[in-house]
Design a protein around this ligand. Sequence first.
Ligand SMILES: Nc1ncnc2c1ncn2[C@@H]1O[C@H](COP(=O)(O)OP(=O)(O)OP(=O)(O)O)[C@@H](O)[C@H]1O
Ligand SMILES: [Mg+2]
Length: 408
Amino acid sequence: MASEHTVTGLDIGTSKVTAAIGEYNDDGALEIIGIGTAQSSGMRRGVVINIEATLNSVIRAIEAAEQMAGIEVKRVVSGMAGSHIEGLNSRGVVAVTGKGREITANDVSRVIDAARAVSIPMDREVLHVLPRDFAVDDQGGIKNPLDMIGVRLEVEVHMITGSVTAGQNLVKCVNRAGFEIERMAYNALASSEAILSQDEKELGVVVLDIGGGTTSTMVYLDGAPYYTSVLPVGGSQVTGDLSIMLKTSTESAEAIKRREGVAYMPLVEEGEPVIVPGVGGRPPIQRTRHQLCEIIQPRMAEIFTLVRDRLVKQQILDRIAGGIVLTGGGARIPGVVELAQDVFNLGGRIGQPGKYGDVLDTYQGPDYATAIGLVLFGGTPAEDSAFAGRESRGTRGGAFRRWIRNFF
Ligand SMILES: Nc1ncnc2c1ncn2[C@@H]1O[C@H](COP(=O)(O)OP(=O)(O)OP(=O)(O)O)[C@@H](O)[C@H]1O
Ligand SMILES: [Mg+2]
């Protein structure tokens, strides 16, 4: 019997599906009590392309987590990924209507609705509307305007939208696996919850989640999300390159990458040997780690450069004083931090979840940031209800719940 205090985060990644069960005690402290993973099949670049295969991975991951936690999962907080995800900034303005011009929850809710009333294409759905900053009359920089006095309330929001059909396939997959989705979050937003400090968010920070099939970027400026983008490239490109260049199977290329891979040449000693298994009965061949790095580094540098160029174009890079935080399984290759520091000309670090409780610690790696972040996200009030009280009118949480309900 799942108690009301448990939250299950479900990260359906391109490489692996991870379920994390967290228990919130009465003081709100979180303990992770179950983790389950399953190899993912049926996903491509962050989106479901084979429902049957994906739902099997979902069931296996959740069952493993259930077994560890000793509880039964019914509802999950699901991540959402894929290069169809986009971010945009918008603003809204309303007149303060109440008696004494005191700003009420209703005014806040109305101004957020005004900000989200930008036209987005029919084939997209709003995943998040994240207030960045409020202004009352001309006074900006207000994080919570409730009870302040003014005639005019403005808000700046960061909105994250995604493809309706990609969302529907994800929902269908989770439902058919036998689970209900209580909330959804953009993967890198969830990961950020698990790995960033408030100081970094205030200073301006770039989060780069390097997964198997996608690389997701989330930028925080002045304490709040400012920029979102997902590239359809990730660690599997690196594995693919190794497989082709070393003339070996994808499986051995993956194993070699994990065991011997380095992404930054200055870290490699001359001549360290690596044995590459042959395919089709051919004998194994000997290569060096230096040669592996010659394959890995350019591909990782290419991914970083793509992200950097976008941030430069958006005039964001100059505003980052908190550095770059690398997460996702791709952040496990030695040398990624050094390489990213060179490409972005920023300080860097690996982001992985902290420790929640004493039961487990297997989730303390960068590839668990999304699943743990989803548990944290599920423990916070819905974005709209933070101001307007539970189950408020139709802002983000509402929209997504509607979406989930309508289609299945
Ligand atoms: N020790 C390691 N060294 C190098 N690469 C690693 C290591 N462990 C995992 N990876 C790489 O990380 C990638 C998987 O990362 P992750 O588990 O975060 O992906 P995912 O969430 O399933 O995918 P996505 O987010 O793109 O949907 C794979 O490309 C894998 O090769
Ligand atoms: Mg991922």
